[in-house]
Design a protein around this ligand. Structure first.
Ligand SMILES: Nc1ncnc2c1ncn2[C@@H]1O[C@H](COP(=O)(O)OP(=O)(O)OP(=O)(O)O)[C@@H](O)[C@H]1O
Length: 335
């Protein structure tokens, strides 16, 4: 069987003491008074496909720039396959597909790849990367005549030249139509099945759900949830039952079947639940609750709940693990 640099990366990653594709600890980055990234700790295992999901201004690009060595954290540390980001890029271990820029409009798709390949000491064959990125048929087309989706697949092919162990994509399908999006992702997914680690930023829950194994939710510079796509979707797919209930017992409400989270502000309660009918029935028949209201969760409401001061109750194994580790670290630094 053919051996690639990717295989070698993986072999090195499994035998080396720091096998993580991404090992970022307590990253902070501010611009003036804006805390763009505010204490992000992220570990990505080789072979994982991770979506960074968050609204505009969440800090995704700022975090990615630090992973790529394009900017330096104000504090915190990043390792990529055990190396600094710049060393990892120089060694061809990490490549990126960014949203815009970097393409010359007057040369062809193949000429673009020839030019990019000339910058590296060693690359995968150009015909092979064009095939993998799904652009072999448009090799002779001028870049300026390619659609937005085709240009993104060209950027993807450029990123594959060094056969990187880690591919980072920052909102790679922004502005593409549905078909462009679908064919772009099918090329990425087919390639990822070979074991490449992929980290991508997106605004779209559907995109994260369809193409990632794990979703890291970012909001206001922080990771507010980290879990499997099923866990994150579960947060988003439930409903919230709100009611007015004096003297509510948080523990009893949390014990109701299907209730994932309880918020109490004065006499107003909000129960996040997968069985809103049962919860509403319980409130109306066995308590003095009134003004009962049921609303569907959506990504926006989950972001709000997770980032509000009172919404710390929604949790996933990933956020728990990160919190436990932070607590251990701070205990360690005190002792
Ligand atoms: N160079 C900069 N100078 C000043 N502020 C910046 C700079 N880069 C980012 N910011 C601010 O940092 C915050 C995080 O921005 P960032 O681009 O990382 O978010 P994002 O999650 O990638 O958003 P989007 O999805 O809109 O690209 C925002 O408030 C943004 O305005």
């Amino acid at each position: 069987m053919e051996t690639t640099e990717l295989d070698a990366t993986r072999a090195a990653a499994t035998s080396a003491p720091s096998p993580l594709a991404v090992d970022a600890t307590d990253l902070h980055k501010g611009f003036g008074s804006v805390r763009a990234v505010d204490g992000v700790t992220l570990r990505v295992e080789p072979g994982e496909i991770v979506a960074f999901l968050g609204p505009n201004g969440a800090g995704k690009t700022t975090a990615i720039d630090m992973l790529l060595g394009l900017s330096h954290p104000d504090s915190g540390e990043v390792r990529v396959f055990g190396e600094s980001p710049r060393a990892a890029i120089a060694h061809g271990l990490v490549s990126a597909v960014l949203q815009t820029g970097g393409l010359l409009k007057d040369i062809t798709v193949k000429e673009t790849l020839d030019l990019t390949a000339s910058l590296f000491a060693d690359t995968r064959p150009i015909a092979e990367v064009m095939q993998r990125a799904g652009i072999a048929e448009i090799a002779a087309r001028r870049v300026g005549l390619c659609s937005g989706g085709q240009q993104q697949r060209l950027r993807f092919a450029m990123a594959l030249l060094s056969d990187p162990g880690l591919l980072i994509l920052d909102e790679p399908t922004t502005g593409m139509d549905v078909e462009g999006r679908r064919s772009f992702w099918s090329a990425i997914r087919a390639d990822a099945q070979r074991g490449r680690t992929v980290l991508f930023a997106t605004h779209y829950l559907e995109e994260a759900d369809e193409y990632a194994d794990r979703i890291v939710l970012m909001s206001r510079g922080r990771i507010v949830a980290d879990g499997t796509t099923a866990e994150i979707k579960n947060l988003v797919s439930g409903r919230v039952v709100r009611a007015t209930l004096a003297g509510a017992d948080a523990v009893a409400l949390a014990a109701l079947p299907g209730v994932d989270d309880v918020e109490i502000k004065g006499d107003r309660i909000a129960l996040h639940t997968r069985d809103s009918d049962a919860v509403a029935r319980h409130l109306l028949t066995t308590t003095t609750a009134r003004d009962v209201e049921i609303t569907a969760q959506n990504l926006e409401s989950v972001f709000v709940a997770l980032t509000s001061d009172t919404g710390a109750g929604i949790d996933t194994p990933g956020t728990r693990a990160a919190r436990n580790e932070a607590a251990r670290n701070s205990e360690g630094s005190r002792s």
